[in-house]
Design a binder for this molecule. Structure first.
Ligand code: SF4
Length: 357
């Protein structure tokens, strides 16, 4: 039978897979068994699912499919240990995932969209423009295939910070979280999953009320509305003020600390008034700051303000961080990850886009 008429099982939540099995005239626990094979044993072939009776395996082969993204490139940085994966979807789109080893953790950074519509000026994915949302199956498959490559248990943390804005693909992001955090999946614990957003306030509040207990990171990058609007055009639609109000609600409701992502841009957000505003903001709610050295995107020939952006020099970053710490703000400096492998968000996919392979 043509794949178009088969039901894709990868990406169904536990509840959905149970319902699907009932629709086939099977008992719910058979759905749990298949779910267990996919997410705990990383087995995607019905013939290898040994606790399913043969007639059921034949029925599944006829009616269902467990498809996978295609791994088309993998780049390892000996300098940082970062591994970057480039996957291709069935409609020939390229998406990226990155595994970042740091302090005993292996964090998988996953994508939720092909490209991104938000056009943040410091981000390589913006160059690609926006193609489409990923399906739930394509989101979870980045975890499954990376886990298969590296061995079950290797990935300890997941961050939704790859290509795309997860809250603009809200339903599928939520479904993928339901898969990662349910009691059958013995994968990554829920307090090790972070959703990173450029700031869609009503969706942040919806997420807070959803009952999903993931951590939240806000791409802040400036505490001033005018500057943030220049480097993140989405700020013209959803102001920083609205976003801070939303993350306060999120923090209170979920009893979690908010992470503020802060990419250091020379003479744009690294001035004394920037650090003072950051201290004031972070002192007012449970939070921490991820300071990120800027990965230049100049080699991609950007135009407008993107072409002018430069990284803050390391000594200035050190002073900035010192002042934050003197004021008892929790700060984490992200190492520059894999300059040698185009590790900035979207760079590998853009490279392939230009080569058109
Ligand atoms: S930083 Fe994130 S939200 Fe902004 S353009 Fe890049 S992928 Fe999109």
């Amino acid at each position: 039978m043509d794949n178009l008429f088969r039901t894709e099982l990868k990406g169904l939540t536990p509840g959905e897979i149970q319902k699907y099995f009932e629709s086939l005239g099977e008992r719910k626990f058979r759905g749990d068994q298949v779910f267990n094979w996919i997410y705990n044993h990383l087995v995607f072939d019905f013939d290898q699912m040994r606790n399913l009776p043969k007639p059921l395996r034949e029925k599944l082969k006829l009616n269902s499919i467990i498809s996978s993204l295609q791994l088309i490139d993998k780049q390892y940085s000996p300098k940082t240990g970062t591994t970057k994966y480039l996957f291709r979807t069935s409609d020939n789109q390229n998406i990226e995932s990155v595994i970042i080893p740091e302090k005993g953790r292996n964090t998988l950074c996953i994508s939720t969209q092909v490209g991104c519509p938000l056009d943040c000026k410091f981000c390589a994915t913006g160059v690609m423009g926006y193609k489409r949302n990923l399906t739930t199956g394509e989101i979870v498959d980045q975890y499954l295939l990376s886990a298969k490559e590296n061995g079950k248990g290797y990935i300890t943390n997941i961050v939704y910070m790859g290509m795309g804005e997860p809250l603009l693909n809200y339903e599928r992001t939520i479904s993928s979280l339901q898969i990662f955090t349910n009691e059958i999946t013995k994968g990554v614990s829920r307090n090790r999953i972070t959703i990173s957003t450029a700031g869609i306030p009503h969706k942040i509040i919806e997420l807070a009320e959803s009952g999903i207990r993931a951590k939240l990171a806000l791409s802040l990058h400036s505490c001033f509305e005018d500057i943030r609007s220049k480097i993140m055009p989405i700020n013209q639609r959803y102001s920083l003020r609205e976003n801070i109000a939303a993350v306060r609600i999120y923090s209170k409701k979920t009893k979690t600390r908010i992470t503020f992502e802060y990419t250091m841009l020379k003479n744009i957000n690294d001035r004394d008034e920037d650090v003072n505003a950051l201290i004031k903001l972070c002192s007012s709610l449970p939070s921490k700051i991820n300071v990120i050295p800027f990965n230049s995107i100049k080699h991609m020939n950007p135009s407008g303000i993107s072409a002018e952006l430069e990284s803050t020099p390391p000594e200035r970053i050190a002073l900035f961080v010192e002042k934050l710490r003197e004021n008892h703000i929790s700060v984490f400096i992200r190492e520059t990850q894999g300059d040698d492998i185009a590790a900035a968000c979207g760079q590998l996919a853009v490279k392939y886009l230009s080569l058109r392979i």
